[in-house]
Write a protein that binds this ligand. Structure first.
Ligand SMILES: [Zn+2]
Length: 349
């Protein structure tokens, strides 16, 4: 199978786990379940330029917070993982789009960056390798949550993925990591019903498009409206066999997390009584946080904890607690660290 990492790129991007994180030794203590964290310092090699909001620091700030966190760190395990293969990506993306990505990536000179032709996404010399590694992190997260006793995983990846459609990169996204993870779970573990909860401030148009005709993946998104990319109206509920398996909620600018919590309780919970997901994936965009550079919502750190508790209740009720969270947006590094700290603290309760 063809891998996007060429031997040259691999030699340039030697695996480098964060200090004190390479070991894979967290164990259940005091009845708490360890959480599998997926991160690799090679994610820093994607460089969209100094003025771009999607910076490596967004993610490294989270890792630094966790590594020095007295109460969380003992419960976190940090395994290594491989990049997704072309075959893995073909479960989600078209061959023509993957060929376009390869061709445009090959034309980026070292030390430079340029726009991807499909729209509002900047690539540098190693961007496709980094995106493919991020998709691989999602697959490793699936492996982790499907092997008890560690049903919880959080992939701290970049660039984000939920705007990437079958045929098009956009919105800083090259490959759709959570969609790749969902299809991998279906194929590798014969999971029949997957819920994707998207809490990013932006609508995950790519994820919706990939699954909108599919009744095996239920896509829920609560996002600021109006905002990029403009899709995700409540009237968009899926098509064909997938009609009724997409749920969109508009959140007005200035709102705090109460709109999302209300939608989870009043709309998603009743829908899941019918759907009964066997696995839950979370597009954990953190750009709905108060003060984010790209959004105008007002979610608090405590709010992210409450959101995590609500989603965990669904996972415990239907999915044997199995949840994979994957970072999407979030453009203020310290706020990303605060939100992930709140989420993990809630999940470990
Ligand atoms: Zn976003």
């Amino acid at each position: 199978m063809k891998r996007y990492f060429s031997p040259i790129v691999l030699s340039l991007l030697l695996p480098c786990m964060p200090e004190a994180a390479a070991q894979d030794g967290a164990t259940a203590i005091s009845g708490k379940t360890p959480i599998t964290m997926l991160y690799d310092t090679r994610f820093e090699a994607h460089d969209p330029g100094p003025e771009h909001p999607e910076q490596a620091r967004r993610v490294s700030a989270i890792v630094e917070r966790l590594q020095h966190h007295e109460s969380l760190q003992p419960f976190l395990r940090w395994p290594t993982f491989a990049a997704a293969t072309r075959a893995d990506l073909l479960r989600v993306h078209s061959a023509a789009y993957l060929d376009l990505l390869n061709a445009e990536q090959a034309r980026v000179p070292a030390g430079t960056h340029r726009p991807l032709s499909t729209g509002d996404t900047v690539i540098s010399q190693h961007s496709l390798a980094v995106a493919t590694l991020a998709s691989g992190a999602g697959m490793a997260g699936i492996d982790a949550v499907m092997s008890q006793p560690s049903p919880l995983a959080f992939a701290l990846v970049r660039p984000p993925g939920h705007h990437a459609t079958r045929d098009r990169g956009m919105g800083f996204c090259l490959t759709n990591h959570i969609a790749v993870a969902a299809r991998y779970a279906q194929q590798r573990y014969a999971i029949q019903r997957i819920l994707i909860v998207d809490i990013d401030v932006h609508h995950g148009n790519g994820t919706q498009e990939i699954f909108e005709a599919d009744n095996s993946v239920f896509y829920f998104s609560a996002h600021q409206h109006p905002l990029y990319p403009g899709s995700g109206r409540p009237s968009e509920q899926g098509v064909g066999a997938g009609l009724g398996y997409t749920m969109n909620v508009d959140v007005p600018p200035g709102s705090n997390e109460q709109v999302l919590l209300h939608a989870l309780d009043q709309q998603l919970v009743p829908a899941m009584q019918q759907f009964r997901p066997q696995l839950i994936l979370v597009s954990a965009g953190l750009d709905a946080h108060a003060g984010d550079r790209l959004g105008a919502l007002q979610y608090s750190d405590a709010g992210y904890g409450n959101i995590a508790i609500r989603i965990k209740q669904l996972a415990d009720a239907y999915a044997q607690g199995r949840m994979l969270w994957m970072l999407e947006g979030g453009y203020v590094p310290v706020q990303n660290a605060n939100a992930v700290e709140a989420i993990l603290t809630a999940l470990l309760r």
